[in-house]
Design a protein around this ligand. Structure first.
Ligand code: LLP
Length: 410
């Protein structure tokens, strides 16, 4: 591997240092257009709300705004960044969980669309305000994800209103004087199987049909969440998004007709699908150890990219250049934890100190989950657009760490 977009990786690394996150702008644009076209072909009232949590760099948010996307925010600061990136409040949605009163007050003051995580969230909200519109995140009782840690519905999930309590939740809102309604779910992340989406949409539509028929509600929107997966290995195949869109829209149409919903907006909240495969993490080999096993240590670890140690996630790794794989190594970072291992028993080329090692598919849940563990500094981020590379966030400095201490305590 040598290039990202049309930029040479070594040149980018020399210019900005390592470790370094690099995002391919054209890849993001193409992902967005692919998803939008697939769904709009079958349902013109489809709206994409990019899930800011996947990658909240403000320059990526600006790009999504230019592309005409909306956003879904999960914290007040994500909402603040979305506004700063230029999003109109009508395109901003907010989906929190265990939302505090202060958080609810902040979101309500911003006048954006809100999906409430619980019936008690509504009770907290009603203490100070009766909104025009209410939507609940429903836990439809089933969820599926790439691994256990990213299943966000079903009986073990902390999210959403259990669907059996959905009627009670909407009734409380209606009785309180709420006039407009939406419904939401997010059941799991990184799904590569189109029929999974059919199953959950079918379930949500029936839940909505049951509740809304009883309460004589016609929903403004139905939000089926994100969860569209990407392959992380050579063996996995792309999610067939055309088929997914076709099947989802078929069931959506059918149920809208059955329950007399008219034509509500169909909202999607993709994160990973839009940015995941556009991101690369460039690291540099800092040490090679022949221990009981061979360890190749690089200057980015679980502090830079947490997914492997948190979930056992796999990211393909390449050495800059075109050396063939020749031995088996354990690729690790510099953090004082034995879970700071990107990959075990990885078929890898011969490397030397200073070689560049590039991890793929880190555009989603990469930088956003990075930390200062061991007081290592967070890396810079770069946007590549064709043959141009530009810095979109500088590397952290020691001053950024020191700034958090009260001045007189140092
Ligand atoms: N909407 C809501 C309310 C969500 O909670 C999420 C992700 C999304 C949308 C976007 O889901 P996506 O399209 O990216 O699957 N850190 C994990 C992923 C956690 C996902 C949490 N919620 C990872 O690194 O795989």
């Amino acid at each position: 591997m040598k290039i990202i977009g049309q930029c040479d990786i070594k040149e980018i690394a020399e210019m900005y240092g390592t470790p370094l996150y690099v995002y391919d702008k054209q890849q993001i644009i193409s992902n967005y257009n692919k998803l939008k076209t697939a769904f709009r072909k079958h349902y013109t009232k489809t709206e994409i709300h990019y899930a800011v949590k996947a990658n909240s760099n403000i320059h990526l948010l600006e790009l999504f705004n230019e592309l005409g996307s909306g956003v879904d925010c999960s914290s007040p600061i994500e909402l603040f960044l979305a506004k700063k990136a230029g999003f109109d409040r009508s395109n901003i949605m907010y989906t929190g969980n265990y939302e505090s009163i202060d958080e609810l007050k902040f979101v309500i003051a911003e006048d954006v669309i809100i999906n409430l995580d619980d019936i008690n969230s509504l009770k907290r909200l009603l203490r100070f305000h009766t909104p025009e519109r209410v939507s609940f995140r429903i836990n439809p009782g089933i969820g599926r994800g790439g691994f256990e840690g990213i299943v966000t519905a079903g009986s073990d999930a902390k999210f959403g209103v259990p669907y059996e309590k959905g009627y009670e939740a909407y009734k409380m809102a209606k009785d309180a004087g709420v006039k407009h309604f939406g419904i939401h779910m997010m059941t799991g992340s990184n799904n590569l199987e189109p029929y999974h989406f059919v199953e959950i949409v079918d379930k949500l539509m029936n839940i909505a049909g049951d509740i809304f028929t009883k309460l004589e509600i016609v929903p403004d929107y139905i939000d089926i969440g994100g969860g569209f997966g990407i392959p992380y290995t050579d063996e996995e195949e792309d999610l067939n998004i055309e088929l997914t869109a076709k099947l989802v829209c078929e069931i959506f149409h059918e149920k809208c007709e059955k329950y007399n919903f008219g034509e509500p907006h169909l909202k999607l909240e993709p994160g990973r699908y839009l940015v995941g495969n556009a991101g690369y993490l460039i690291t540099e080999v800092t040490g090679i150890k022949e221990s009981y096993k061979t360890f190749v240590g690089v200057n980015g670890g679980m502090n830079t990219l947490l997914r492997p140690s948190l979930y056992g996630a796999f990211h393909r790794a390449y050495v800059y250049g075109d050396k063939a794989n020749s031995n088996y190594v354990n690729l690790c970072g510099q953090i004082c934890e034995n879970s700071d291992i990107f990959a075990r028993h990885l078929h890898f080329p011969e490397v030397e100190e200073g070689d560049l090692v590039i991890l793929r598919d880190v555009g989603a849940y990469g930088y956003v989950m990075a930390s200062n563990y061991n007081n290592r500094l967070r890396p810079a981020e770069v946007f590549v657009d064709g043959n141009t590379a530009s810095l979109i966030r500088r590397k952290e400095k020691i001053e950024d760490i020191l700034n958090l201490y009260e001045e007189n305590s140092l």
